[in-house]
Design a protein around this ligand. Structure first.
Ligand SMILES: Cc1cc2nc3c(=O)[nH]c(=O)nc-3n(C[C@H](O)[C@H](O)[C@H](O)COP(=O)(O)OP(=O)(O)OC[C@H]3O[C@@H](n4cnc5c(N)ncnc54)[C@H](O)[C@@H]3O)c2cc1C
Length: 500
């Protein structure tokens, strides 16, 4: 049987999602077989936030053949080894979710079980001290992981803090070189086919019409195609993730950039601090049910360092996702597909996952419904996994000093998450999540960081003689401390490889 290939791909939107999509499609679809057009409106502009990433972004850039140092220079990026959560568990408490392992498994038993046994014996060493990512981050050190798998210096991952607008510009140049046609203009009408409701063409304010076979909606929260045209519907998750607004402001750097994001819990939400080479991104993500815009603004402005270089900007949102991310001949990527607040910096990751899955499930004119269903199922799982991981941070707080935190602490949570938390508390087991967005080490970091300590450790831990265990753990800690002491500072590495 022959394929009936599609030819014309139209992307609406030139934010991070639009240009990431254009860049990846132009890399994987030969220009002799496909035309790719991207429409964006300078008049509407982009959301202008989205600066912290998780390590998967490196795979995306690598697949596109992007040189990391050039990309970092162009986006004024810094390295990111994790996120520090301040005041989440309780006021005065902090922990880091590092992009690295804690210690290493012994006899096939996950490391946190050994640490738990030591803790029960009275050892007060924080589990973070067995993490190279944590130790480097806190000492403001960074060097690229080595390829020698025997070295502890290979046992961490890293991501970036970047200027999202510059990233989109960088990918725009990349895409233009690869043959993507950029069209400046505002889409004012979308025509659909009577027979099946497929999108046929777009009309711009200038009167120009653009036809396509496959339409990719990267138009941001408005969801111009997926929602305004196709009425796909939205699953509202705000009862689990009650923050519904953010206020963002950029400031001048007052210190050397640190290699981690800071997320500080506040009365009705949390504040981000993201250090770039050129400046610092700050924002307060909050629930409008519990605090007014004016109070949020005051809170943010009284907790920033350095002179403001932009006016504070309010951004409303609703946690959730579209009922279908792919509907008929339209695929929603980026904010048009749904939004989960930036606590774990996952939006850009969800964009790259959507793109790579679209490339895998690339359609022909038949737009096979089974394939579309499979894409939607896979993307639903991705959103659900991120959603549950985010809820974990709120639900497990010990705080009850404001109505917002009281709500979070007492709210009902999804059954699957409830099971994961119970399983961990009762047995110390972490549900097998190695194929998920967040894997064992991520769950361990947040569960233990939030002070959820299992009642028991794994029975096989006792197979190691206690004295021997003590020595092994002390050695691990020492190896990490010694290895980190050989690393250059974060700034030295930036200056050496990618100074903007
Ligand atoms: C408060 C906040 C903080 C965030 N922080 C992070 C973070 O730290 N890490 C992370 O990974 N993500 C973060 N995100 C998410 C991130 O900002 C987005 O995922 C990312 O910027 C992609 O946005 P987008 O391209 O989908 O939409 P947008 O940037 O809104 O772009 C929409 C595009 O569509 C165009 N458009 C819209 N309508 C029309 C029309 N009618 N005609 C023509 N063009 C049109 C616009 O001109 C624009 O080019 C954050 C989001 C918020 C709200």
């Amino acid at each position: 049987m022959q394929n009936n290939p599609i030819k014309n791909i139209v992307i609406v939107g030139g934010g991070t999602a639009g240009w990431m999509t254009a860049a990846a499609l132009s890399r994987y679809l030969p220009p002799k077989d496909y035309t790719i057009k991207l429409i964006e409106s300078d008049q509407i502009g982009t959301i202008g936030v989205g600066e912290a990433t998780i390590p998967g972004i490196r795979d995306f850039n690598n697949k596109l053949g992007i040189d990391e140092n050039e990309f970092m220079r162009a986006t004024k990026a810094t390295y990111k080894l994790g996120i520090e959560f301040i005041d989440w568990t309780k006021k005065g408490h902090a922990y880091v979710h590092p992009f690295s392992y804690f210690g290493h498994d012994l006899n096939g038993v996950p490391f946190h079980n050994y640490w738990l046994k030591q803790k029960q014996l009275g050892d007060t060493t924080n589990i973070s001290e067995y993490s190279i990512g944590y130790t480097a981050a806190k000492l403001n050190k960074f060097s690229h992981p080595t390829s020698d798998q025997k070295s502890v210096l290979s046992k961490f991952f890293y991501a970036f803090h970047l200027d999202a607008t510059l990233y989109a510009n960088y990918l725009r140049k990349f895409s233009s070189k690869a043959g993507v046609e950029r069209i400046e203009g505002k889409v004012i009408n979308v025509s659909t086919r009577k027979s099946d409701g497929f999108i046929e063409k777009l009309t711009l304010e200038s009167g120009q019409t653009i036809q396509g076979d496959l339409f990719i909606d990267c138009s941001g929260f408005r969801g111009l195609l997926i929602e305004q045209t196709l009425k796909t519907g939205y699953q509202d998750w705000s009862h689990w993730l009650p923050c519904d607004r953010a206020i963002a402001v950029q400031t001048v750097s007052t210190e050397d950039a640190i290699p981690y994001t800071k997320a500080t819990a506040r009365e009705a939400g949390w504040q981000w601090k993201i250090p770039l080479q050129s400046r610092v991104g700050n924002g307060y993500v909050y629930s409008s049910q519990y605090i007014s815009d004016e109070q949020a603004k005051q809170t943010l402005l009284s907790n920033i360092e350095g002179e403001m270089i932009t006016e504070p900007k309010f951004i409303p949102f609703k946690a959730g996702k579209r009922n279908k991310l792919w509907n008929r001949n339209c695929v929603a990527i980026g904010l048009s597909s749904g939004f989960l607040e930036p606590l774990e910096s996952t939006s850009i990751h969800l964009i790259q996952t959507s793109i790579m899955k679209l490339i895998t499930h690339f359609p022909d004119q038949a737009f096979n419904p089974v394939d579309i269903q499979d894409y939607n199922n896979q993307m639903n799982r991705q959103f659900e996994q991120v959603k549950d991981f985010l809820i974990l941070h709120y639900k497990t707080t010990q705080r009850d000093d404001s109505p917002f935190w009281k709500y979070c602490k007492s709210m009902a949570i999804p059954k699957e998450l409830e099971h994961r938390i119970n399983l961990f508390i009762e047995t110390g087991h972490i549900v097998n999540c190695e194929k998920e967005v967040f894997v064992y080490s991520n769950w361990a970091a947040v569960l233990l960081g939030q002070e959820l300590f299992p009642k028991v450790y794994h029975p096989r831990v006792d197979c190691i003689n206690p004295e021997q265990l003590k020595i092994l753990l002390a050695q691990m800690k020492l190896t990490i401390a010694k290895s980190v002491s050989t690393m250059p500072s974060h700034l030295e590495t930036i200056n050496r490889f990618c100074k903007a």
